[in-house]
Design a protein around this ligand. Structure first.
Ligand code: HEC
Length: 206
């Protein structure tokens, strides 16, 4: 965010009385609450609450009625087609790197993770994204090159798994993915109440 170094970040935060107060309140036992480490702790605490439990979670916990019959059919196809070899675990993805174009070469100039590691093996590797809230987060892929979830699903089957899906099966998998849309804790995303002498936050009412 254009910050040259950690000290500069602290200088900016300490110049804003609202933050000084908020850090004191969040770390009451510390002599100096506003440290770079605590900035990380605070952001981490925020991010760990960004959970959006969905009907799919209810289903996994044993509520068989949480998914419709069509969604259950789509889930079945999602698993039997092989999507779960990469999109699995807590986030239905989000914890591995995999090659884009594993089964069939994906047309791209972007070398992916290789650009960071210079390891030959990492060419065309990208993070396997979590599919939670996937209906809400298009366009898709690292470069936003795929617009629709239907197209994305058909291409995943073709390029990652070497399989051709019928339009009907694509639709069915997309229907399942709709059940990954989660509930947002409204209180958690409410606009914070800023102290009267607080900062002129971008996006705040003016
Ligand atoms: C071999 C691993 C692998 C398999 C199998 C796989 N995917 Fe993916 N998937 C990926 C990777 C890697 C990306 C991200 C590539 C990128 O960012 O360019 C991705 C991206 C996606 C995206 C876009 C996510 C986003 O936020 O942009 C969707 C949707 C998706 N996959 C669905 C599926 C479905 C449905 C299947 C089964 C038909 C499937 N995937 C099979 C590895 C896999």
């Amino acid at each position: 965010m254009g910050m040259p170094d950690p000290d500069y970040v602290l200088r900016v935060l300490k110049s804003i009385p609202g933050y000084v107060e908020a850090f004191k309140a969040a770390f009451p036992d510390e002599e100096e609450p506003l440290t770079y480490v605590n900035v990380g702790n605070a952001i981490g605490a925020f991010e760990r609450k960004l959970m959006t439990p969905s009907r799919f979670d209810d289903f996994l916990k044993g509520d068989e009625e949480a998914l419709t019959t069509a969604e259950k059919h789509g889930l079945n196809l999602f698993m039997t087609t092989g999507c779960t070899t990469c999109h699995n675990g807590m986030g239905v993805g989000g914890h591995l790197y995999q090659k884009l174009g594993l089964a069939k070469e994906w047309p791209t100039e972007d070398l992916g993770r290789y650009e960071a590691t210079k390891n030959e093996f990492d060419k065309y590797f990208f993070k396997v994204p979590s599919l939670r809230n996937i209906t809400e987060t298009g366009p898709y892929l690292h470069d936003g090159s795929v617009e629709s979830l239907e197209e994305m699903t058909a291409k995943m089957a073709e390029y990652q798994l070497g399989r051709e899906l019928s339009d009907e099966d694509v639709k069915s998998i997309v229907t399942f993915m709709g059940s990954l849309k989660g509930r947002i804790d409204e209180e958690f995303i409410a606009k914070p109440e800023l102290p009267a002498d607080g900062p002129d936050t971008p996006g705040a009412d003016s």
